[in-house]
Design a binder for this molecule. Sequence first.
Ligand SMILES: Cc1cc2nc3c(=O)[nH]c(=O)nc-3n(C[C@H](O)[C@H](O)[C@H](O)COP(=O)(O)OP(=O)(O)OC[C@H]3O[C@@H](n4cnc5c(N)ncnc54)[C@H](O)[C@@H]3O)c2cc1C
Length: 487
Amino acid sequence: MSDSEKDFPVIIWFRQDMRLVDHPALLEASKLRRPLILLYILPERETDWFLGGATCWWLHRSLQVLSDHLKAEFNQKLILRQGDALTVLKDVIQQTEASAVFWNRIYEPHEQATDEQIITELSDEAVVCELFPASLLVDPTDIYTQSDNPYQVFTPFWIACLKKLEFAKPLPKPKKLTVPKKFPQSLALKDLKLNPTIDWAGGLEEMWSPGTEGALKNLDKFLTELVEDYQEERNLPSHYGTSRLSPHLHFGEITPRQVYWETQDVIAKFRDQNKSDAVKNADIYLSEIGWREFSYYVLYHFPHTVSEPLQEKFQDFSWKSSKKWLKAWQKGQTGYPIVDAGMRELWLTGWMHNRVRMIVASFLTKDLQIHWREGADWFMDTLVDADLASNTFGWQWASGCGADAAPYFRVFNPTTQSEKFDKQGDYLRKWCPELADLPNKWIHKPAEAPEQVLQQAGVELGKDYPKPIVNHAEQRDLALEKWEKIK
Ligand SMILES: Cc1cc2nc3c(=O)[nH]c(=O)nc-3n(C[C@H](O)[C@H](O)[C@H](O)COP(=O)(O)OP(=O)(O)OC[C@H]3O[C@@H](n4cnc5c(N)ncnc54)[C@H](O)[C@@H]3O)c2cc1C
């Protein structure tokens, strides 16, 4: 860097990295001791890649927290803009005479195309662009099978990751962020109009604290109270048994490197205490972080899977189109309590337990034979952890057409899943309160309950709670017939 460059600011473009620690773009730029412009760009609403409603709710709060930290710790300002990223960057460069843009990479196909376009255009104008890997443990280009192909099965992928790579330790927070002489124009947070207009935020506010502190609190609670029993507890939707870090990881309020190394510290303690079961549970937890890595890996190597099945034969599957059934599924009105409980939990809290995500996804794609894309779209709109890689992967996995997927012919029976994982019906009673007075034997299958039992519990089927919209056994047979045609 020449002396004359010293006064020209560097833009740090924040995206899914709402944090100050383990932020390579910010740290590297801070070392240059040049004025820094800290920028967030919200895409235009009309674009295909605009964010879902629950994501917007989270983003509003996450931006507020980041902005407060920057102000309090560095007297820095977070500049907020909306529009096409290249156009906004050019405008900010023009207003500030910035000569470099630093940002952390996102491994989503659209974001990668945007990156390439920005690098080409800004390089032509002699603006330096520097990209950093920051959101994964493993760069998707670092791991291949022995025959040099991308992995399509999780276990060998994860073994290869653990064997081949020493995951980097998290980076420290920058010491100083030099303030520019003049800030470019910024919108106020409220001008981004991220807060929902529907009456929805109550459940979200109760459950979540967007921002870095919320992330660290969840990690700490998980590692001190829950991880030892993770293997069993993570399957029970009525228990608080998982880390609830998914939205924090998606927004980059915490990184997988932080989670990995904090968990390793806990594993070391368990080893000292000869707690081999606890070590096993913590390793299973880390392998879930591995599934997140694998989702990104698959999306990176097979970008068409955003809309197309990884297994080509599923192109010919005859999906059913039924607005009525889709609506019943979305609103939690299918007449299958475990499905309805999950869909209502999703609507009210922006989250759904992983076991239940698998059940509702199986129900949509196998019992109702509705395209997995419809389910994925609804999840992208309603989940606070909506994440293109994990969501696409989860839907293709559950519907049998993705990498290392549950075979299509293995159809979850929603009633037996419910009886197994919510034995006492606590989860069902919480989210389907109209069924609360049914005895445990019948709450999983009210449509099979004797009339007298229903009457005693004050449940009139078709009025207080819907009759099943389909017959599981019949739909299962139909789904398998369709599967036979493409297999
Ligand atoms: C149909 C379907 C859709 C899904 N959509 C999303 C999504 O949009 N965003 C999302 O983050 N996860 C998604 N998942 C994966 C999983 O359900 C959530 O990551 C998990 O429930 C989040 O809760 P947690 O943080 O308490 O998880 P924990 O059990 O505490 O796991 C820790 C972390 O590991 C990762 N992880 C765990 N399970 C998976 C998995 N199966 N695939 C990928 N990563 C995983 C997540 O980052 C999670 O935060 C989906 C799963 C299915 C079956």
